[in-house]
Write a protein that binds this ligand. Sequence first.
Ligand code: PMP
Ligand code: GLN
Length: 391
Amino acid sequence: LLAPDGSVASTIFAEMSALATRTGAINLGQGFPDVDGPEHIKEAAVAAIRAGDNQYPPGAGRRELCLAVAQHQDRHYGLSVDPETEVLVTAGATEALAATLLALAGPGDEVVTLEPYYDAYAALVALSGATHRTVPLRPTPTGFRVDPVDVRAAVGPRTRVILVNSPHNPTGTVLSRDELSVLAAAAQEHDALVVTDEVYEHLTYDGAEHVPMATLPGMAERTLTISSAGKSLSFTGWKVGWLHGPAELVVAVRTVKQYLTYVTAAPFQPAVAVALADEDGRTGEYFTDLAGSLARRRDLLCAGLEAAGLAPVTPRGTYFVVADGAALGYDDGVELCRELPDLAGVVAIPVSAFCAPAGQGAGALRSYVRFTFVKSEDVLTEAAGRLARLR
Ligand code: PMP
Ligand code: GLN
């Protein structure tokens, strides 16, 4: 967790957001929306505060939120979840990931993730004491793909957890049922657990279907599913997340959570419960509208990147797109991101920040950079205009 010079490393998101503030560049680095989620859900949180919902809630989470998580999983995926024993509310997906890895993996174990991976994964595996192994998501003409040969090479008898993320940050890949099945088969063969980070579950485009790992045959019994109100509901600052899975695994994770945050912020829980229970259908509409509007914004940014001479890989999920700087003569994404505010008044994140030190970030993905498109069309149009200066 230390930088090469021994100082405490800050996350790439903090570094690049500071660069955006310092230079006045448009921040397409850190992924957070510039418009909040539904107004009536905000009102529900305000009402909860006014009603006195301000003291420690139950450790597993407020009952109505656990119930709403179960209802959401049933409504969208046909998954049957017991709200009493199989759900845990967490301080964002980040705490769910942290508590899960600390509960399930330790020295001598291996945790396998895709690479590139969300940056917290490597840090959390390191905190757990386990060894991190990776399956490269390889760039192909049709997008990033999982090669079964790579899965067989990475997963073995020491694998304790396969940590999957689909839709995938940073590439925007939505793993196909076949790709998920390869990972599932490897977990079954080596009796590993699967932890699946599905925070972008509702952000898919062009008819891409999000397939939860727990819906694959034989997988519910070995899978912990993680999601969060941050991405689906555009409340990244509320830090309300959840996980569900077999009761004995949830108990283990809850035990660790007890000593991380003890409980999750009280008044946001009934508000997120209203959203996930969706009694009036407004949340379903919100998910559909958000995905439709993000698909348009994706197209806007991709066209801008294309026109600038950067080669975008069109994502089918998330609110990120990666583009290859080599198309413009930039072999090093880190260098390109450091210069981008001066060259074009835009901030992006090098894909190598999501890679292992000797992994694809030093190889096939060295020249790739990530942009977010969860910004207003005006901001993206302005950014696209500025990027044209790169030509
Ligand atoms: N997983 C992935 C893949 C993410 O992109 C993010 C958001 N940065 C998180 C987890 C963290 O989610 P939360 O803010 O709910 O902790
Ligand atoms: N998930 C967001 C991203 O990948 C924000 C991450 C963060 O700030 N830690 O950009």
